[in-house]
Write a protein that binds this ligand. Structure first.
Ligand SMILES: NC(=O)c1ccc[n+]([C@@H]2O[C@H](COP(=O)([O-])OP(=O)(O)OC[C@H]3O[C@@H](n4cnc5c(N)ncnc54)[C@H](O)[C@@H]3O)[C@@H](O)[C@H]2O)c1
Ligand SMILES: [Zn+2]
Ligand SMILES: [Zn+2]
Length: 339
């Protein structure tokens, strides 16, 4: 079978490997249909992900069809269309005991710590395979994982109906946060530096947009919220300044949700957190958000059409990476197809 491997930083190759075999009774063999290219895959390609070990089959956003099941598998069957939850946790550490396997001490993420989804076939535990409607197009199914990131940010920020939610960044992740916040009944404000990205966010339901390169984001947020500030601010830009601004833009009793993996320290005066009793939450991957997103998709409330920028056949994997990198200002999601 064909497999996309980052052999060492900077070296991306399509290689032949044996089709993996089911080892555990609760494993399933998935024939992969689509794998999405994420910013973190690009980071792994360039050796900028501290957790990645090489050589590594990349890909954590993947969907496919179950073609074989282990003897103890009960929840999925041959022929099911599934999206794979790309996280393996130990089940024993403090986080796991709290039901938060996404921050497990021994966390293994497909495509990062262990081989991922850019392969014609992948073996995964049945618990990681979430069944999809059979009529959901594969190009849309592949977006479910990124939308779980948006769902997680809303969950961590405890987004409530009627809350003003400021989403900083109208990139792929910011758009998923904005979409999920709308589904929870929030009034959504999206900021970015690129007008086209803001226009797209608005076309997908954002109530207000702010070009923070041209407008004063503090003035605009105050104007929109009647001087209160955003009840929940989600940093999906992830630079030093947006984290600092997020604290200042948030209302009394508000929540800041940080998505950044950056190691650059920020300067935040503690008083700005305590005087408004702001809660600052990290949001990493997702905690049991796949069923939530799948239900919204099934109900028709979360339309996924029109989000994918381009689909490349696996034979053009290198071109797909190149296109993604060179068109960062306009790309939302590039997929690889195994059809
Ligand atoms: N915590 C998690 O689980 C998780 C998951 C996925 C991605 N991320 C992180 O989320 C971040 C965003 O990912 P993405 O795929 O959406 O990236 P992206 O590059 O598609 O989006 C970033 C957006 O921010 C905009 N931007 C840049 N500087 C800005 C500024 N100063 N003010 C306002 N907007 C600005 C860009 O124009 C772009 O639209 C990345 O840092 C990524 O590592 C975190
Ligand atoms: Zn991703
Ligand atoms: Zn654990």
């Amino acid at each position: 079978m064909k497999v996309g491997v980052v052999e060492t930083p900077g070296v991306l190759k399509l290689v032949e490997r044996e089709i993996p075999k089911i080892k555990n009774a609760n494993d399933v063999l998935v024939k992969v249909k689509r794998v999405g290219i994420c910013g973190s895959d690009i980071h792994i390609f360039h050796g900028k992900n501290p957790f990645a070990v090489y050589p590594r089959v990349w890909g954590h956003e993947f969907v496919g069809e179950v073609v074989e099941t282990g003897t103890a598998v009960k929840s999925v069957k041959k022929g099911d269309h599934v999206v794979v939850e790309p996280i393996i946790s130990c089940g024993e550490c403090y986080a796991c005991r709290q039901g938060r396997g996404n921050v497990c001490l021994n966390l293994k993420v497909f495509g990062v710590h262990i081989d991922g989804g850019c392969a014609e076939y992948v073996v995964v535990p049945e618990a990681n395979a979430h069944i999809l409607p059979a009529d959901l197009p594969w190009d849309e199914a592949a977006l479910i994982e990124p939308f779980t990131i948006g769902a997680q940010a809303c969950y961590r920020g405890n987004v409530q109906k009627g809350d003003y939610v400021l989403v900083m960044g109208a990139g792929t992740i910011g758009l998923t946060v904005a979409a999920m916040a709308k589904l929870y009944g929030a009034i959504v404000i999206v900021s970015d530096l690129i007008d086209d990205k803001l226009a797209y966010a608005k076309s997908r339901g954002a109530d207000y947009t702010i070009n923070s390169g041209k407008e004063n984001i503090f003035d605009r947020v105050n104007e929109i919220t009647g001087g209160m500030g955003a009840n929940v601010t989600v940093d999906a830009v992830c630079v030093k300044k947006t984290f600092e601004d997020a604290i200042l833009l948030t209302s009394v009793a508000g929540r800041v949700v940080e998505l950044s993996f950056s190691e650059t320290p920020s300067e935040i005066a503690p008083v700005n957190i305590i005087k408004k009793e702001i809660s600052v939450h990290g949001s990493r991957l997702q905690t049991k958000r796949f069923p939530v997103v799948i239900d919204f998709v099934k109900s028709g409330k979360l339309p996924l059409g029109g989000f994918v920028s381009k689909v490349y056949p696996i034979s053009q994997m290198a071109e797909a990476f190149d296109y993604t990198e060179k068109n960062n200002a306009s790309v939302r999601k590039v997929l690889i197809s195994f059809d």
